[in-house]
Design a protein around this ligand. Sequence first.
Ligand SMILES: Nc1ncnc2c1ncn2[C@@H]1O[C@H](COP(=O)(O)OP(=O)(O)OP(=O)(O)O)[C@@H](O)[C@H]1O
Length: 260
Amino acid sequence: MSGAEAPLLVARGVTKRFGDFAACEEVGFSLWPGEVLGIVGESGSGKTTLLKCLSGEIEPSRGEVLYSTRAEGLKDIAAMSEPERRMLQRTDWAFVHQNPRDGLRLSVSAGANIGERLMAVGARHYGNIRAEALDWLERVEIRAERIDDLPATFSGGMQQRLQIARNLVSNPRLVFMDEPTGGLDVSVQARLLDLIRTLVRRLGLSVVIVTHDLAVARLLSTRLMVMQGGHVIEHGLTDQVLDDPQAPYTQLLVSSVLQV
Ligand SMILES: Nc1ncnc2c1ncn2[C@@H]1O[C@H](COP(=O)(O)OP(=O)(O)OP(=O)(O)O)[C@@H](O)[C@H]1O
């Protein structure tokens, strides 16, 4: 089976318990190359917990998450060694946090934030690293003269764009995003969404994005999973789910957005 025909990420029966409480339960899906999977649901529905299980940050209590590694094909990420998982997180995968400060190093310049990730995948030539950093600053619409400035001197929207550049510079195959436009002004959100959509399409990225905002999900995702109380209650093509929601909860979510 060639890489293009195999799923990139497979979740089977993923369950995470905190004590007796199941934050997410029996979640299963396959993510194919180039797909953007949106995970939506109200606060507390288990979206972030699921994303952490998928990205190897926490281990599921039950079930498994398989990733299509370049060398060995589908492999259970819980069975990987810590260095192997760390290497994946630095190369094949990227994680865009809601708060850019969680994904940036605040004590080094914008250019170094991008360059660092390149060095983690083996780049050594200073001139090339700086040129690549400049190229990425331009791609995320940050002026070249800001390259030596600290991220703390950037606005929230710029910090988020820098976090995206730092994540994408190493050419990941799979990007996890947790509410990437949360906490930003509406106009800043719109510009950022547009940028993310352009980059995802241009680079053919596979993405798992968590959001409570249906408008964000509609704009970015090809497929949608709706969560409530830790369970997936609806799953399908984004347009299908939003135009013809089946579960009462999804119908409520969709109608409340349409009324605004
Ligand atoms: N480390 C933890 N220990 C105990 N309970 C937790 C822990 N992490 C999450 N939970 C609980 O699991 C449930 C799901 O939380 P989660 O953060 O995954 O939801 P969410 O849909 O991402 O919500 P939000 O959008 O508010 O982040 C919540 O009831 C939360 O209190």
